[in-house]
Design a binder for this molecule. Structure first.
Ligand code: PMP
Length: 398
């Protein structure tokens, strides 16, 4: 009898499991559209020039690495606040935001969820249906009972906004509502500014707690445009949460750079909230790592590097949009007669293709084209060399 004899095999993570399957696939034409990672037209993970320059400067004046404070690098937290809310925004200048550096966006969600559960152990959390699978797991592990709110209208290929409002209206006061600030994962369908106004009104009326997940800022319409939801919540005067990820926008996936920001009612609340967030960090991993956040802080705070980052992020966004158009053109060229133009109206790294599980399995086994069983494909991994092949493969299974 071993200590571990009763341990069950955990289910494979659907996305990272797909990656393993992809690696083992011998098909020379294989294309990985599973994981949400941006690749260049050459199919390579980019090292952004702004990141390279910031790292070079760090190498030229090497620093010793003491422990960071529990909430991370002060200059980084300040830069995150300025990026997320605007340096001159009232919430920032009046000291109403507590920001903590985190291990990617995932870490920001986890710190926020742990704190929220301690604050109100009886509250439920609602995530969008469908959503990034880890939303469910993170809030469940933090102790929440997790439910979902309607989001996607599969037949209409759009947001089921009435369904969403009805579900939010039915939620009990104190319910935490996890919202995708932009580039909804997996559907690619975002709310309009007017729809965000109605969500803000409902959150206020029903006394819900909004938790905005911002993992793709700059990949939708632009850095500022993608922050519409945050602007609306900031203007509302409500208290709310924002998680930030720089994994995609800086192509720093492996450095684990993110943050959680909590907007409060006044400076004294901010200090108290910050002290609790720090304890959450302390009791999980004590303090965050230095390298990735130093890069992001120096890029965001240096005028030239910041301009270079915006340019490079813009290029990634535009390349994805051009691949969306190329995919639709490729489908038409491959003889698909149904209207696939919805692919060009979705925002961010993903396209919810509407393909069934069987069709996705065929794409993998017959063509080596890997997307998730839900029909999600990462269009940020398409390039001028593989898009025609992918279009023909999709056409063959449609
Ligand atoms: N939220 C969403 C919606 C995501 O898609 C992701 C990344 N796939 C994250 C959060 C987590 O980001 P990170 O990799 O920085 O932890």
């Amino acid at each position: 009898m071993s200590l571990f004899s009763a341990v069950q095999m955990a289910p494979r993570d659907p996305i990272f499991g797909l990656n393993d399957q992809f690696t083992q696939d011998a098909n020379p034409n294989k294309v990985n559209l599973g994981v949400g990672v941006y690749l260049t037209d050459e199919g390579k993970l980019p090292l952004l020039e702004c990141v390279r320059l910031a790292e070079q400067a760090m190498l030229e004046s090497p620093q010793a690495r003491n422990y960071l404070p529990m909430d991370g690098i002060a200059a980084y937290d300040a830069a995150v606040k300025a990026l997320v809310f605007g340096a001159q925004s009232d919430v920032v200048t009046s000291g109403r935001v507590a920001t903590v550096q985190s291990l990617g966006g995932t870490g920001g969600l986890k710190i926020g969820a742990d704190f929220l559960h301690q604050l109100n152990p009886g509250a439920k959390a609602l995530v969008s249906n469908p959503t990034w699978a880890n939303h469910n797991a993170i809030f469940k592990n933090a102790g929440f009972e997790v439910g979902s709110y309607t989001y996607y209208d599969a037949a209409g290929r759009k947001v089921d906004f009435d369904g969403m409002l009805a579900d939010l209206r039915a939620a009990a006061p104190g319910t935490v509502v996890v919202l995708h600030a932009c580039c909804h994962n997996p559907t690619g369908y975002d709310l309009t500014a007017a729809q965000w106004d109605r969500v803000v009104d409902l959150v206020r009326e029903k006394q819900l707690v909004a938790f905005l997940d911002m993992a793709y800022q700059g990949f939708g319409q632009g850095i500022k445009e993608d922050a519409t939801a945050i602007e609306k919540f900031t203007a509302s005067g409500l208290s709310f949460f924002v998680s930030t990820s720089f994994s995609k926008s800086f192509s720093l996936y492996g450095e684990r750079v993110g943050a959680v920001s909590v907007v409060t009612q006044d400076k004294s609340e901010t200090e108290r909230v910050l002290s609790q967030l720090k304890i959450t960090v302390r009791t999980n991993y004590s303090n965050p790592p230095t390298h990735g956040a130093s890069i992001v802080a120096s890029v965001l705070q240096n005028t030239e590097l910041r301009a270079l980052w915006e340019k490079e992020l813009g290029e990634m966004r535009i390349r994805i949009q051009s691949m969306r158009h190329a995919l639709v053109a490729g489908l038409t060229a491959a003889g698909v007669t149904q209207d696939m133009s919805f692919i060009t109206t979705q925002a961010g790294m993903f396209s919810y293709s509407g393909l069934s599980k069987d069709q996705m399995v065929r794409l993998r086994s017959e063509f080596g084209v890997y997307g998730t069983d839900s029909g999600r494909m990462c269009v940020a991994a398409l390039n001028t060399h593989n898009v025609g092949y992918v279009a023909k493969a999709i056409a063959a299974v449609l």
